[in-house]
Design a protein around this ligand. Structure first.
Ligand code: ADP
Length: 263
């Protein structure tokens, strides 16, 4: 949240303050604090079930929180503080906040009955109100950036998994988000197709002013891509730091065990 002392440029792009979430008896996030600066690239690693994907789903407003507060770009995401309590924000606020965030999922989730270019035109036309020509120009440009200039009219079924995932990245970017979320974006791909997707993400990170949050099992990529790596355990951050420090000299016993098992 903005305070009188915090210039807008230093305000975190994403902030989780003491965010908790449980499914019945299972605590998934346990008073999580996480702050991500504008343009920062953060990788989230950790064992299965430690709450990594839940963090991304909360930012997409696909999950509700039990307590705490999430802010994006200095504004509360889903709940407004009112006195001592929190009140759910109205639909217009949620729509505007969702517009800041793009997500790429493990299983691409493209519209199967639409060509690559149409997949990237749909939301800019229906949500942002772009004309067909504007949306097509933006989509074509982005598909060229992800190396698919010659595949605009191909349907998802005519594309490889890596190409489909690159369409999904272009589709998310077409909404001009401030934040991009990546959830295990290579884990449904054959190993030989991972490289092309990771290369696209690496180029985007270098060329665009984007805040990126990535859940990944690819430690090599996390190390190369991320400014900071957060190791999750049981719904909170057990250890975090610059990628090189965390991978080469982890301080926490659990981080050490995890890295020994996966690297
Ligand atoms: P990770 O991404 O670290 O593997 P998740 O954030 O996906 O972990 O899930 C954390 C825990 O929450 C897991 O134990 C998972 O089974 C559980 N979980 C996630 N979504 C639901 C749900 N809708 N209902 C019940 N349990 C869930």
């Amino acid at each position: 949240m903005t305070t009188d002392q915090t210039p807008a440029s230093e305000q975190p792009m994403i902030q989780f303050d003491q965010v908790s979430k449980a499914y019945g008896p299972l605590t998934v996030l346990d008073k999580l604090d996480l702050s991500v600066a504008a343009n920062e690239k953060v990788a989230i690693i950790g064992p299965s079930g430690s709450g990594k994907t839940t963090v991304l789903r909360m930012l997409m407003t696909l999950e509700t929180i039990d307590s705490g507060l999430i802010s994006v770009n200095g504004e509360p995401l889903t709940h407004m503080p009112r006195g001592e309590s929190l009140v759910r924000a109205d639909a217009a606020h949620l729509r505007r906040m969702r517009g800041h965030i793009g997500m790429v999922f493990q299983h691409f989730n493209l519209f199967p009955h639409m060509s690559a270019v149409k997949n990237c035109m749909e939301a800019p036309m229906t949500v942002l109100g772009l004309s067909q020509d504007e949306a097509r120009a933006r989509a074509s440009d982005l598909l060229a950036q992800v190396g698919l200039a010659d595949k605009l009219d191909h349907f998802p079924s005519q594309l490889s998994g890596g190409q489909q995932q690159r369409v999904a990245i272009a589709r998310a970017l077409a909404m001009r988000p401030k934040v991009m979320l990546f959830d295990e974006v290579t884990s449904a791909l054959d190993p030989e197709l991972c490289g092309e997707v990771l290369a696209v993400i690496r180029d985007l990170a270098a060329e665009h002013d984007l805040t990126m949050l990535m859940v990944t099992h690819q430690m090599g990529f996390a190390r190369e891509f991320a400014d900071r790596v957060c190791f999750f355990h049981a719904g909170s951050i057990e250890e975090q730091g610059p990628a090189q420090a965390l991978f080469e000299n982890p301080q926490n016993e659990r981080t050490q065990q995890f890295l020994r098992a996966v690297m």
